[in-house]
Design a protein around this ligand. Structure first.
Ligand code: CMP
Length: 142
């Protein structure tokens, strides 16, 4: 059943059957209600997430408001940056509605990227784009 679900998500479309099986052994599926904080900016990280349904907000928590960075929809992934950079989470993420999410451990992400160039490329491109957006926002260009 989980293979069918994974295949519908663009992130996993390039997985071949051998690596599908390796991932399926370890992948976790989670259900979270609306308004649930998945993690806080500054937290240590041990997993990344792929959104199957629902939406989440990426934001910087400020003293009296939330500075929104992005709203992510089904098929999107997040939490990859801290795993790859080995830095703490660079933003907080919370659900905006009920969500179904898959989580991948740091080790599984590493195996996945080593064996699936299309996924490694998608993750690298997203990281560059997100880092660039956040830098420009910090400098007030956005
Ligand atoms: P990480 O640093 O592990 O935790 C916060 C996550 O928010 C980060 O990984 C990215 O996955 C995501 N993120 C950070 N900045 C942006 C952005 N500008 N657009 C979309 N997602 C982002």
């Amino acid at each position: 059943m989980i293979l069918g679900i994974l295949k519908q998500i663009p992130f996993f479309a390039e997985l071949d059957s051998v690596h599908h099986e390796a991932i399926i052994e370890n992948i976790r599926m989670h259900f979270y209600p609306a308004d649930y904080i998945l993690f806080h900016e500054g937290d240590e990280a041990d997993k990344m997430y792929i959104l199957k349904s629902g939406s989440v907000k990426v934001f910087h928590p400020k003293v009296d408001f939330e500075e929104d960075l992005a709203i992510l929809s089904p098929g999107s992934f997040f939490g990859e940056m801290a795993l790859i950079s080995q830095n703490p989470r660079n933003a907080s993420v919370k659900t905006l509605e009920d969500c179904e999410l898959f989580s991948l451990s740091r080790k599984d992400l590493q195996v996945l990227m080593e064996n699936t160039p299309a996924i490694a490329q998608a993750i690298s491109e997203a990281m560059v784009e997100r880092t660039d957006l956040n830098e420009r926002r910090k400098k007030g260009i956005l």
